[in-house]
Design a protein around this ligand. Sequence first.
Ligand SMILES: NC(=O)c1ccc[n+]([C@@H]2O[C@H](COP(=O)([O-])OP(=O)(O)OC[C@H]3O[C@@H](n4cnc5c(N)ncnc54)[C@H](O)[C@@H]3O)[C@@H](O)[C@H]2O)c1
Length: 269
Amino acid sequence: MSRETKPVLLTGASGALGSMLAARLAEWGWDLVLTDIRPFPGALPARARFRQADLCDRAAIAELASGCGAILHFGGVSTERPFEEVLGPNISGLFHIFEAARLNEARVIFASSNHAIGFHERATPLDDDCELRPDTYYGLSKAYGELMGRLYWYKHGVENISIRIGSAFPKPTTRRMLSSWLSYDDLARMVAAGLRAGDVRCDIVWGASDNTRTFWRNDARERLGWAPEDSADGFAAILDTVVSQDPIEELYQGGHLCSRDYTRKRPPP
Ligand SMILES: NC(=O)c1ccc[n+]([C@@H]2O[C@H](COP(=O)([O-])OP(=O)(O)OC[C@H]3O[C@@H](n4cnc5c(N)ncnc54)[C@H](O)[C@@H]3O)[C@@H](O)[C@H]2O)c1
């Protein structure tokens, strides 16, 4: 059986993005193995099976990934939490995912985040190889995941794509999201393109729709066969004034997670 015809493992399947992806990918014909630490919300999509598991459980992840051709890694702590809470799911969990991918010669598509580079100023356009500047322990775990992708590509040939997701919600709700918004449809099409692509290395893709005010440019999208079709531009008139009163939040790409627990007296030179 070739990689393309094997089942796809989706972690975080009970979450906002995971459950959306489960429905769409099943509709587009993929056989899915779904997992999450929480029960699956609602009815299972056709040709999908679900098993509750903790990403910290290496044996359970290995068993779930057995025979899979790809792992869509969307599970784990998805916002800032104390370091001790991030450590297990987002650091050990990532190791379990990449080890399982190595053993099964599976491709990994990893839900990274703009919070891996959050401490770049909004006025600075970034390329995919920009300096990693995590804004939280959560963002640090995403930077670690991207680097783990490099380790497993150069050492073991594990193909992987890190999607540096901006703001993936049904609609943009703030001025920042006029730059960072990623529609559910664009995300689902990006994941599908990542599963189908012929030439995958350890690639980074900016997870944002076609927003005129984007912070980001230059990534692997063309080689992977993806281009966004949606845009936040149509929301500009209603969102342009939706800003916080926090200067740190408004200065940096990572927004409110940059100002969370911030103790610097003044911004760096
Ligand atoms: N939504 C966004 O805008 C956005 C932006 C950047 C990155 N991301 C990333 O995309 C992924 C999905 O995001 P989401 O918005 O759907 O978040 P979410 O919190 O809705 O989903 C995450 C899922 O992971 C599961 N999970 C947590 N700990 C686990 C553990 N120990 N073992 C197994 N499962 C565990 C949760 O139960 C949850 O269902 C996350 O990795 C998140 O960091 C999302």
